[in-house]
Write a protein that binds this ligand. Structure first.
Ligand code: 5U1
Length: 677
């Protein structure tokens, strides 16, 4: 007789069922039944009972996900039914051909249809796996391998919370083989790499390698630390369960049994339906929380699938429609340095042109010298470049086996490549800077572009090209020179019609009437964005007291910390900057002093797009998001050119870095707290 009191036995059973129900709601329905703390409490309660009565532990208990004994090898396992692969199409023409061939074959099999029904879903960039359930319990899981035989990764698959250890709905078919794709969500991938970087450990090149690498761990405790997830999409062998009559019913059955399926899966009709689905997913791709490399279409009807059959290992009833490759191989011809508005030198790889992500790429950013050194990029190296969406192309990694003999390392120039001034790189900063300031024409051009931009002086028609011409012709050295331009000077520039020149001069004239915050923002003081400009303007009311303010005065302004105060102070102490301001005012730039106080109901972050990154200490992300929204902000997940402000907590990584590269204003958590208070 067991010594376990029946109340504990029953309690353990109730808890296990409850936790499975919570898991189902969370992973399959995407609709958590209870908050995380309640879930954790139930798991801890079950763990406590099992610790007291180990004989109550069952292999399918939700507490038994991570084994403690590392494996010594990966056993080979034979799939009950072969794992299929997919043929690909790369264009709408090829897709149309495929759909036509499907219709012709169905015709020949006396299953004529006007249009074929397909189930479409994104094609995940992960690792395909096959799981066997016996009597409703998960017993073996394997990689795809060669399609017939894979490696036993049961111990690692058990650690993935979305893998049911027992089928839902009390189903207990004799044997079931379920197929799906393990993936690492983008956010988890970035966070994982960021941590690895901080610890000086190896990073993963992409989420696919991250998923595959994580599944090939001998110690499941390592896999358990990786943020893995899974979508299921197919059945292999199926004993004791009737196979559904269509792919859409199959997906519904999988969900019923507790398997997570892709929420983007859709039933569509015909070639045009496929194409519309493809276009839509392609557009939506950047917003999906996981990486995909195309979409998969599967003929919906099982009867039609059977009639279509297979060619070698690929079914004729399914096809992958691949997106243009986002990564390609090419050669680094040279590395040059671009100089930005703040003098930052950005190393840029000049590449052998290569078609990637749908465009020809001949330049890729290397971000900064730390990055060049970490990736060990040398001249003549063969590299992988990546262009995802409209993100600036970047060098992902070097292929060392392709390195030519004597490939030269990249050296940070000691002199600015544009103006010849010294280049400085402080210990604390990854960024190297030209110290030439506005003497440097590259910085001057960038500063003038910023000055003329929409949120600054808003000078219509004064774009990058015209500014380049004006600076190169030495007609403009400072922003004040813009207001001294004569019509003949502008009209005399190459490809500039008199009418366009007159329009630019009109726009310059109109821009003279501005506001104090816009004027401050237009000056391009380091780390002084729109919000800080607004705060400085409200606090000081006019230019004279701001120019005379000490750092102590400045830090008393909301959003201004010691670093920003230092930048503001240094800017106004510089005689050259004082002269430019005096010249601008003399040439007619003006604004009503003492800005009207913010009207009641006007929110301080109205219309601003804000991104939170890193770990906040005073509140959760959700609270911070709610507070920011209450201040009028739109809170988004990723940094782009349309981001106005990034708020960085502890250990902020790639998003903060990107914000820096794009010149986006960044605040600490303290600055946010000041605004809230
Ligand atoms: N989304 C999805 N990926 N994928 C891969 N569905 C899908 N189906 C596959 C494969 C190899 O094979 C089916 C034909 C079973």
């Amino acid at each position: 007789m067991s010594s376990v009191p029946s109340s504990d036995r029953e309690k353990a059973q109730v808890l296990r069922d409850r936790i499975r129900r919570y898991d189902y709601a969370y992973h399959v329905l995407d609709d958590p039944e209870v908050p995380d703390v309640v879930y954790d409490r139930s798991v801890r309660e079950l763990q406590a009972i099992e610790a007291e009565h180990p004989e109550l532990i069952t292999p399918d208990s939700p507490t038994q996900r991570v084994g403690f004994e590392p494996q010594t090898e990966f056993r080979e396992v034979e799939h009950l039914l072969p794992m299929l692969s997919l043929d690909n199409v790369f264009s709408s023409e090829e897709l149309e051909d495929y759909d036509r061939r499907v219709k012709e074959r169905l015709d020949r099999a006396d299953l004529s249809v006007d249009e074929v029904e397909y189930v479409a879903e994104p094609k995940l960039d992960g690792a395909a796996v096959s799981l066997i359930y016996e009597g409703g319990v998960f017993v073996t899981g394997a990689t795809r391998g060669d399609g017939r035989q894979g490696e036993d990764i049961t111990h690692n698959l058990r650690t993935i919370a979305a893998v049911p250890l027992r089928l839902a709905g009390g189903r207990e078919p004799a044997r079931l083989e379920v197929r799906g794709e393990v993936y690492m969500p983008k956010e988890g991938f970035e966070a994982f790499n960021e941590k690895a970087r901080e610890r000086g450990e190896k990073t993963f090149v992409n989420p696919r390698n991250a998923a595959a690498g994580s599944l090939r761990q001998l110690d499941a405790r390592m896999t358990a630390l990786r943020p893995l997830d899974i979508f299921f999409y197919a059945l292999g062998a199926c004993e004791g369960l009737e196979m559904p009559g269509s792919q859409s019913e199959l997906l519904a059955l999988l969900r019923d049994m507790g398997f997570r399926t892709c929420p983007e899966a859709e039933l569509i009709v015909g070639f045009l339906g496929c194409l519309a689905y493809y276009e839509n997913i392609l557009k939506y791709r950047a917003n999906l929380p996981y990486e995909i490399d195309g979409v998969v279409y599967k003929v919906n009807s099982a009867r039609q699938q059977e009639a279509l059959g297979f060619v070698s290992r690929a079914p004729r009833w399914a096809i992958a429609h691949k997106f243009p490759a986002q990564e390609e191989m090419t050669v680094v011809k040279n590395v040059e340095f671009q100089v930005g508005r703040t003098g930052a030198l950005t190393p840029v790889a000049r590449l052998e042109p290569v078609f990637v992500g749908g465009v020809t790429v001949s330049n890729a950013t290397l971000h900064n010298m730390d990055e060049v050194e970490r990736k060990d990029v040398r001249l003549g190296d063969t590299v992988i470049v990546r262009r995802a969406g409209d993100v600036i192309p970047e060098v992902v990694k070097v292929l060392p086996d392709h390195r030519p003999k004597g490939a030269r390392r990249v050296k940070l120039p000691r002199k600015c490549p544009v103006c010849g001034s010294a280049v400085e790189r402080t210990e604390a900063e990854a960024v190297a800077r030209c110290v030439g300031g506005l003497y440097c024409s590259a910085q001057r051009k960038e500063a003038l572009q910023h000055f003329a931009s929409r949120k600054a002086m808003n000078i219509d028609g004064l774009g990058a090209k015209l500014i380049d011409q004006l600076v190169d012709a030495d007609l403009v050295r400072t922003p004040a020179d813009l207001y001294g331009l004569a019509l003949e000077q502008v009209a005399g520039l190459e490809r500039m019609a008199e009418k366009s020149a007159a329009n630019v001069l009109d726009a310059l004239e109109r821009s003279k009437q501005t506001t104090f915050p816009r004027f401050l923002y237009a000056l391009g003081i380091r780390e002084v964005g729109e919000t800080t400009s607004q705060a400085l303007a409200s606090h000081f009311g006019s230019i004279a007291p701001l120019t005379a303010a000490s750092e102590a005065d400045l830090v008393s302004v909301p959003h201004v910390g010691p670093i920003v105060a230092g930048h503001v102070r240094n800017f106004f102490q510089e005689a050259h900057n004082q002269q430019v301001i005096a010249d601008l005012i003399e040439r007619g730039v003006h604004w009503p002093d003492a800005q009207a106080p913010v009207e009641k109901g006007d929110l301080p972050l109205d219309g601003k797009t804000v991104v939170l990154t890193g770990t906040l200490s005073a509140m959760t992300r959700e609270e911070a998001t709610a507070r920011l929204r209450a201040l009028g902000a739109k809170v988004t997940g990723s940094v782009s050119r349309s981001t106005d402000l990034v708020i960085a907590g502890e250990n902020a990584g790639s998003k903060l870095k990107k914000a820096g590269e794009l010149g986006i204003e960044c605040w600490s958590e303290e600055q946010l707290l000041v605004l809230i208070s």
